[in-house]
Ligand binder design. Structure first.
Ligand code: NAD
Ligand code: MLT
Length: 530
């Protein structure tokens, strides 16, 4: 029988290539041009990439035989996972294989930047023996701030504690026990962290929320002479703000492994002697690359054999007769999970899920897992999938309870109810699937509604009286935001009511601020995206 074909478009370890060759026809084309890749992708059943190949619709739509994209590494920000899902292409990565190397690279960048190691080395080799320009600082006794206390952030924390540093961290999405476990002091607001630290290192995923999260305004709150490291993703610390900070002296040094535009060439930050840069080498150790190469080869082979793949990012690996029936409920559960952290930046302690109606005759575990994936995916880099979502929730101290009721007590045949309990915040949702098999929110905190969970949704509280809803809708229209549908709901006449609007385009933050100040509107509206 003819072997299935895989193309590897970036460098992976020889051990991985050897494993692939045992089962597949392998085209190892490290550095292949975009045009050539586009022209030949239709010949392959699998594609293996690292962080440079852009796996987007242009590529996926031409890969007519593609069944799986393997990401040899962690971050999938170069892969349009939604597009892959739409085209039925599985995406798998190797999230755990390179975390130690990335944590060690962070320490290396921190030490070499604060001791001017790279600059001094270059000066000694190219100019002369001189010690004066290169005096550095100690880590001992200083305070470091870690933004994102996930896998890599926590490893960095334990390593920096051994230098006798005071370690503070900001991560609004994890339970208090995780801070305690790593002996780290929790800081509630990023602004408060900025003012206290001598060193700052970021370890969050890059997404809409974290892109440029450390900018000029944040640096203005920092001590003069702050020293920074970014070994996560380019742009989490805004590059133009770093440049400005280096010029003014606000920033004394920087260690950067990642850049807003990669491959980075002619980046203005390269001109500074007190900036140490590496070309995205966080995962580039023999050990990590061997692990990454072997793991991705195993995953791609399993996917092509139709076996369960441990690190699938987009599709449930469960293939059964039930799946077709459950698919819209899986989407519903995932979208319901996406609510909590969009509504509140508050650690979550407990989730109670209730499945009601005939849907309970099926395996509901996949629904719970889908809910947890929706909950955790936006705040946990790219490694939450259907296989590990439960474990991830457990690790983050989120207790999950499930109940089943054969018959729904609401007017919908099948209903999923989710109660979420944080320290000071509780959210209760009920959802069902519409006739068109789309996810539908039918209740939020006791308010009955019917809203599609698709695209942008605005949620706002208002006084239940005349001349409130009209001016709100007009102001939204004046800001260029088109309302696709709108529901109002109240519990008691004259009390605080709620409006939920599906809108066609994003309402900017300043628009939401202004809407919150309108007469009869209670608080700033929330903008959610599904
Ligand atoms: P992780 O998912 O284990 O941890 C990310 C943490 O960030 C989570 O605890 C999450 O709660 C937190 N977080 C999310 N949004 C936040 C916000 N707005 N504010 C504060 N905290 C927030 O991820 P990880 O495996 O530790 O990876 C961290 C980063 O490192 C990712 O960006 C990943 O792509 C990158 N990475 C880089 C390299 C490299 O070669 N330089 C190698 C591996 C990973
Ligand atoms: C990753 O996300 O795993 C890293 O950026 C490392 C890499 O791709 O080489």
């Amino acid at each position: 029988m003819e072997k299935l074909k895989v193309i590897v478009s970036e460098r992976i370890a020889d051990e991985g290539i050897a494993l692939l060759k045992k089962e597949l026809e392998v085209d190892y084309r490290d550095g292949i041009s975009r045009d050539e890749l586009l022209s030949i992708i239709d010949q392959y059943d699998a594609l293996i990439v690292r962080s440079v190949t852009q796996v987007n619709e242009e590529l996926i739509s031409r890969g007519t035989k593609l069944k799986v994209v393997g990401r040899a590494g962690n971050g999938v920000d170069n892969i349009d996972v939604d597009v892959c899902t739409r085209y039925g292409v599985l995406v798998a990565n190797t999230p755990d294989s390179n975390t130690i190397s990335a944590a060690e690279q962070t320490i290396s960048l921190l030490l070499s930047s604060v001791r001017n190691t790279a600059w001094a080395s270059r000066y000694l080799k190219e100019v002369k023996w001189d010690r004066k320009p290169f005096r550095g600082v100690e880590l001992y006794g200083k305070t470091v701030g870690i933004v994102g206390l996930g896998r890599i952030g926590s490893m960095v924390a334990t390593r920096l504690k051994s230098f006798n540093m005071r370690v503070l961290a900001y991560d609004p999405y994890i339970a208090d026990q995780r801070f305690e476990r790593f002996g780290v002091e929790k800081v509630e607001k990023l602004e408060d962290l900025m003012g206290q630290v001598d060193f700052l290192t970021v370890h969050t995923p890059r997404n809409e929320e974290t892109m440029h999260m450390i900018d000029e305004k944040m640096f203005a709150l920092a001590k003069d002479g702050l020293r920074i490291v970014n070994c996560a993703r380019g742009g989490i610390i805004k590059e133009s703000a770093i440049e400005e900070g280096l010029r003014s002296g606000k920033i004394a040094s920087a260690g950067l492994d990642v850049f807003e535009k990669e491959p980075a060439e002619g980046n203005p930050l390269f001109a500074f002697n007190n900036v140490v840069v590496t070309p995205h080498l966080g995962a580039d150790t023999f050990e990590a690359q061997k692990r990454v190469g072997e793991t991705i080869a195993e995953q791609v082979i399993k996917a092509l054999r139709g076996e369960i793949v441990p690190n699938v990012i987009n599709l449930p690996t469960m293939v059964s007769d039930e799946l077709d029936y459950l698919k819209p409920y899986i989407t519903l559960a995932e979208k319901m999970g996406m609510f909590y952290y969009q509504m509140a930046k508050a650690p979550l302690n407990k989730v109670e899920l209730t499945y009601s109606g005939p849907l309970t005759m099926n395996e509901t575990e996949i629904l719970t897992v889908a809910f947890l994936r929706g909950l955790l995916h936006p705040v946990m880099a790219e490694k939450v999938n259907y296989v590990n979502a439960r474990l991830m929730a457990d690790e983050r101290g989120i207790v999950v309870f499930e109940h089943k009721e054969e018959q729904s007590t609401r007017r919908y045949k099948n209903v999923i109810t989710a109660k979420m309990f944080g320290n000071d915040y509780t959210l209760e949702l009920a959802g069902t699937v519409s006739r068109a098999r789309n996810p539908l929110l039918v209740e939020i905190n006791g308010y009955e509604t019917e809203n599609d969970l698709e695209g942008y949704v605005i949620i706002v509280k208002n006084e239940d009286r005349p001349r409130v809803i009209g001016p709100f809708a007009t102001a939204l229209g004046d800001a260029g935001v088109n309302i696709a549908s709108m529901k109002t709901a109240r519990k008691t006449k004259g009390d605080i009511a709620i409006m939920l609007l599906n809108v066609d385009n994003k309402a900017e933050d300043h628009v939401l601020e202004a809407l919150g100040k309108l007469d009869g509107i209670v608080g700033k509206p929330k903008l959610l995206y599904f």
